[in-house]
Design a protein around this ligand. Structure first.
Ligand code: PLP
Length: 440
C-alpha cells in the first residue's frame, strides 16, 4: 500500500523533485536530470525562467482572474493576436481553454454547431486516425484511436470513424505515393460508406505524439485530406496540441506542408509549463455562422484568464526574442544525426522519425520484419528507467494496438544548447548500452 494520497497510473516509485534550471531538474537527493522531453513536451523554454516569472508576477500584481463575459483583458487579446499572426492570418479567431483535451473538445463542438447552424444537423460523424491521441475527456476520447484508453468507455463515447494514417516505416504498398493513395482511398471509402454528407470533420495530428512516437504525415497526404474535406463539404481539424507553437521548427507543423486546416488546436507548450493555457484557432466564417445562430454553446470557467494569457504571451515573446525557432531547427538537426547514428550501433533501433525538436525512436526485435518486442518485455518502461538512472528524462510509449511497438520521444526544451544536446545523446547512449546488455 502506498502512503501517498496522490492517485496516479501505477508506476515505479518516483524521486521527489527539488528544483529546475534551464534544461536540468534536480531531485531532493541532489541527482541531476536533463529534461530530454520537456516534461510532457510542454516545458518549451526550460525551467526557472526569470522573464516568465516576472511576467506572471506582474500580472498577479494587477489581477489574476477575471471572467471572460465580464471583461476584455489585454493579455488575452494580445495572445490571441500573436496566435493569429503565427498562422499568418490564415486562422483569424481564437478561443482559449486550459488544456489540450479542452481545445479538442471545443473544436469538435464548434464544428458540430457550425453545421447545426447551417441546417445540416445530419452531419454527426468525425473521422480520425488509428492510432492517434486527442485527449482524455469523453469527446476527445471519442476521436482518439488508442485501444487501451478507449476500451473501458467504448459504450459511453460517441466514437468516430477510425481510418489508418500514413505509416512510412511499416507500409507495404511500394513507394510513399502509392501508400498515401491507398490510405486516402480507405478514408474516402469510410466516408462514402457513412454517407458523405454525414461527416462533420476529419481530425488529424500532423506529427503524432504520444500515440505514434512522432510519426509524420506528408504534403500529398494532407493535400488529399484537404481535397476530401472540400469534396464532402466537411471541415479539416489539425490537432497541434503537442506539435504546435514551434516544436517542429515552424510556429505550426502544418506550415511545413502548406495545407491549412479550418480549425487548429494547441496547448501543451503554449504556457511553456508555467501555467495551463490552450487555444482553438479557426476560420472567421465558422465563428460568424455560429455566433449568428445564438453563440457558441460551450465554455470553461478558467478559459482565457489574464494570468494564463500573460504567461502564454511571455512564452511566445521569448521564443520570438531569442530566435528559438532557429535553435529548434539547428538542435533538431544535431539531434537527428545523433539519433540516426544509434541505428548503426544497435540493430534493434528500428525507426528514427521526427521534425524540429520532436523525435520518436522505435525499438524492434527484428529490423527487417520490424516485429515489435513482446509486450511482456516492457521495453519502453525499461528504456525510460535506464535513461532516468543515467540522468536523462525521455517520454515512453507503447502502442498496444499491434500497430506499433515500443518507442520513446526525445523532445527537449527549445533553449537546449549544442553541448547540452551532446550530453543528452551521451546519456541516451549510456542507457541504451545498458539496455543492450541487460534486456535485448
Ligand atoms: N491532443 C494531442 C495531440 C495530445 O498529444 C494531447 C496530450 O498529450 C492532447 C490532445 C490532450 O492534451 P491535455 O493532456 O493537455 O488534455
Amino acid at each position: 500500500m502506498t502512503t501517498s494520497p496522490l492517485f496516479y497510473q501505477a508506476g515505479p516509485a518516483m524521486p521527489e523533485v527539488s528544483h529546475g534550471r534551464g534544461v536540468f531538474l534536480w531531485d531532493t537527493q541532489g541527482k541531476q536530470y536533463l529534461d530530454g522531453c520537456a516534461g510532457a513536451i510542454s516545458c518549451n523554454l526550460g525551467h526557472g525562467r526569470e522573464d516568465i516569472r516576472d511576467a506572471m508576477l506582474a500580472q498577479l500584481d494587477r489581477v489574476a482572474f477575471t471572467y471572460r463575459t465580464q471583461f476584455e483583458n489585454a493579455p488575452a487579446v494580445a495572445l490571441a493576436r500573436a496566435l493569429v499572426e503565427m498562422t499568418e492570418g490564415e486562422l483569424e479567431k481564437v478561443f482559449f481553454v486550459s488544456s489540450g483535451s479542452e481545445a479538442v473538445e471545443s473544436a469538435l463542438k464548434l464544428a458540430r454547431q457550425y453545421f447545426v447552424a447551417r441546417g445540416e444537423s445530419r452531419r454527426r460523424h468525425f473521422v480520425s486516425l488509428r492510432p492517434s491521441y486527442h485527449g482524455s475527456t469523453l469527446g476527445a476520447l471519442g476521436v482518439t484511436g488508442y485501444q487501451p484508453l478507449e476500451a473501458p468507455f467504448a459504450d459511453i463515447t460517441f466514437g468516430s470513424l477510425k481510418v489508418p494514417g500514413p505509416d512510412f516505416y511499416r507500409q507495404r504498398d511500394g513507394d510513399r505515393d502509392a501508400h498515401v493513395r491507398r490510405v486516402l482511398n480507405e478514408t474516402r471509402e469510410r466516408i462514402e460508406a457513412a454517407g458523405g454528407d454525414t461527416v462533420i470533420a476529419i481530425v488529424v495530428e500532423p506529427v503524432g505524439g504520444a500515440s505514434t512516437g512522432a510519426r509524420l504525415v506528408d504534403r500529398a497526404y494532407l493535400e488529399g485530406l484537404r481535397a476530401l474535406c472540400d469534396e464532402f463539404g466537411c471541415l479539416l481539424i489539425f490537432d497541434e496540441v503537442l506539435c504546435g507553437v514551434g516544436r517542429t521548427g515552424s510556429w505550426f507543423a502544418y506550415q511545413q506542408w502548406g495545407v491549412t486546416p479550418d480549425l487548429l488546436t494547441t496547448a501543451k507548450g503554449l504556457g511553456a509549463g508555467y501555467y495551463p493555457v490552450g487555444a482553438l484557432l479557426c476560420r472567421e466564417a465558422i465563428v460568424e455562422t455560429v455566433m449568428a445562430s445564438g453563440g457558441f454553446q460551450h465554455g470553461h470557467t478558467y478559459a482565457g484568464n489574464p494570468l494564463a494569457c500573460a504567461t502564454g504571451l511571455a512564452a511566445v515573446e521569448a521564443v520570438r526574442r531569442e530566435d528559438l525557432l532557429d535553435n529548434v531547427k539547428a538542435r533538431g538537426h544535431q539531434l537527428q544525426q545523433g539519433l540516426e547514428a544509434l541505428r548503426s550501433r544497435y540493430p534493434w533501433v528500428g525507426d528514427v522519425r521526427g521534425l524540429g525538436l520532436l523525435w520518436g525512436v522505435e525499438l524492434v526485435m527484428d529490423p527487417v520484419e520490424k516485429t515489435p518486442f513482446p509486450a511482456e518485455a516492457n521495453l519502453f518502461a525499461r528504456t525510460t528507467a535506464l535513461a532516468k538512472e543515467e540522468g536523462l528524462l525521455i517520454y515512453p510509449r507503447r502502442t498496444l494496438d499491434g500497430l506499433a511497438g515500443d518507442h520513446f520521444l526525445v523532445s527537449p526544451p527549445f533553449t537546449i544548447s549544442e553541448s547540452e544536446t551532446e550530453l543528452l545523446l551521451e546519456r541516451l547512449t549510456r542507457a541504451l548500452d545498458r539496455l543492450d546488455r541487460e534486456v535485448v
